[in-house]
Design a protein around this ligand. Sequence first.
Ligand code: HEC
Length: 192
Amino acid sequence: MRLLKQVAALSLLPLLLLGVTAQAQSPTYGVGRAPTEVEVRAWDIAISPTGEELPVGSGTVDKGSELYLSKACAGCHGTTGSGGIAPRLVKDDVGPDVDPWRFGRVLPIRSPYATTVWDFINRAMPLGQEGTLTPDEVYSLTAYLLFLNDVIADGTVLDEKSLPLIEMPNRDNWAQVPDWFPRQPRLYGYPY
Ligand code: HEC
């Protein structure tokens, strides 16, 4: 038995050695370089629920309603936030119920954090021209969509301090989903 164990251990030895030498000899390809700190900072735009990473800026519902038209949001999402070719952005009792996306996420009402709405618009909209909105514009558009969903009142000014303080109506209604592990099927089929 002891001998068997020794043999088993020995048979692993070449593999271990191979790993060690492969690491030691890992070639230098001479391509790429480590990103600079400035580059990492420009790429790292994620905003967490607390909003601590939010840039300084502010926006209003009024400006947001203008931007919603001028920045092509309406062209895809519909002039009233629904009825377009893209997912609806307003809850069911606002806007006509005519689009196939009515069971979409509707982030500006369903998201547990208002900061997530800001983050999504900032990183992903307008589709095809991502990254072109200024922080002030994103604050205004977020304000407008939250207003359309009755989350905030008309005239509210949103900035990096007030946005994280918004209590989203769905804040505590999120199911505790167990941790995902590889090959575990999704709870729901894509997309929702
Ligand atoms: C070219 C079409 C197009 C334009 C223009 C566009 N969107 Fe979108 N938008 C989409 C699509 C498609 C999605 C769904 C993306 C996904 O599910 O990953 C989306 C998703 C969103 C969402 C998340 C919806 C949800 O419930 O998950 C928000 C918020 C949003 N857009 C806001 C905006 C705003 C604000 C603008 C204008 C600055 C804008 N969009 C412009 C196509 C567009």
